[in-house]
Ligand binder design. Structure first.
Ligand code: NAD
Length: 296
């Protein structure tokens, strides 16, 4: 298939490389020339400008940092929406607010084009390994059309509902993840402050009713889990900056729907405090350090 791919950063780069490996023709465009060069080394073609990237493309994929970047790409001064062949499918994999995703897909629809939202879960490791989870929002037929390509880059493809639903499901999941991580860090600190071994406490809680993903596969206490970012000075993994962005999107969504999300709001404040203390670049499990009174 002929694919135009926008945004070959931490996530998009390996995704584009996996499409090339599966035999697809991939034309990439990014604002950072070094990233385009890297993609070319991995077998993609460099598009000199966004317009030429979409020319002849059967599928257009974007993996950008923010809603502003996505709007700019499709609708800005040199916006590509009108240059995209109406027969091709547009798949935005960026994590953005659901309202913008809905607006873009409605505008695409008005011009006879189809656009779905397909944010991902699984991080940079999942992107490299081709094991991402895609959480799609849009018409069923469009999601089914995207599925074979998404399955090249990921292991699970879900349809959460209509346009924007992928974004809503994604931020619900990440809000819950932040709450679980902060709660796990809090419980571990309490145990250690009261003389417990964090590894033993983790083992106990992992097999008890407090068990959760943060505790079982991503333990925030250094040294408890060899392969977790906590055991590597909180390097790699999913950054505090990105978690903060997702918690902001969750809060924005809660305000719009007048939902009460007290735990999510608290998690957002905790992560904002942590980020503002200079920890933005660390993995999100480093929230453990915020609780450190005497150890960790
Ligand atoms: P990144 O900053 O590494 O990559 C984004 C790329 O988009 C950059 O290279 C940037 O130059 C490029 N870009 C920006 N505007 C552009 C434009 N108009 N045209 C072409 N390229 C443009 O970010 P990332 O970590 O790859 O994340 C991408 C998206 O995936 C974000 O929305 C993020 O929230 C989401 N996400 C990230 C992770 C993760 O672990 N990194 C996990 C899940 C979801």
């Amino acid at each position: 298939m002929d694919i135009a791919f926008f945004g070959v950063g931490n996530m998009g780069g390996p995704m584009a490389a996996n499409l090339v490996k599966a035999g697809h023709r991939v034309r990439v465009f990014d604002l950072v020339p070094a990233l385009v060069e890297e993609a070319v080394e991995n077998g993609a073609e460099a598009a000199p400008d966004p317009g030429r990237a979409v020319s002849g493309a059967e599928m257009v994929i974007s993996m950008l940092p923010s809603a502003q970047a996505v709007e700019e790409l499709y609708l800005g001064e040199a916006g590509i929406l009108s240059a995209i062949d109406p027969a091709s499918l547009i798949v935005d994999c960026s994590t953005i607010d659901a309202a913008t995703a809905r607006k873009l897909s409605a505008l695409a629809g008005e011009s006879g084009r189809t656009m779905i939202d397909a944010p991902v879960s699984g991080g940079v490791g999942g992107s490299r390994a081709g094991t991402l989870t895609f959480i799609c929002g849009g018409p069923e037929a469009a999601v089914e059309r995207a599925r074979p390509l998404l399955e090249v880059m990921g292991r699970n493809v879900f349809r959460a509902g209509d346009s924007g639903a992928g974004q809503v499901a994604k931020i619900c999941n990440n809000m819950l993840l932040a709450i679980l991580m902060a709660g796990t860090a809090e419980a571990l600190q309490l145990g250690v402050d009261n003389g417990l071994d964090p590894a033993v406490l983790s083992q106990v809680m992992a097999e008890s009713s407090g068990s959760n993903w943060a505790l079982k596969v991503y333990n925030p206490w250094p040294g408890v889990m060899e392969n977790a970012p906590a055991s590597n000075d909180y390097r790699g993994g999913f950054g505090v900056k990105l978690m903060n962005k997702d918690l902001g999107l969750a809060l924005q969504s809660a305000l719009a729907s007048r939902s009460s999300t007290p735990m999510g709001a608290l998690a957002r404040s905790l992560y904002a405090l942590h980020a503002n203390a200079g920890n933005e670049a660390l993995d999100f499990s480093s929230i453990q350090r915020l609780y450190a009174s005497r150890s960790a």
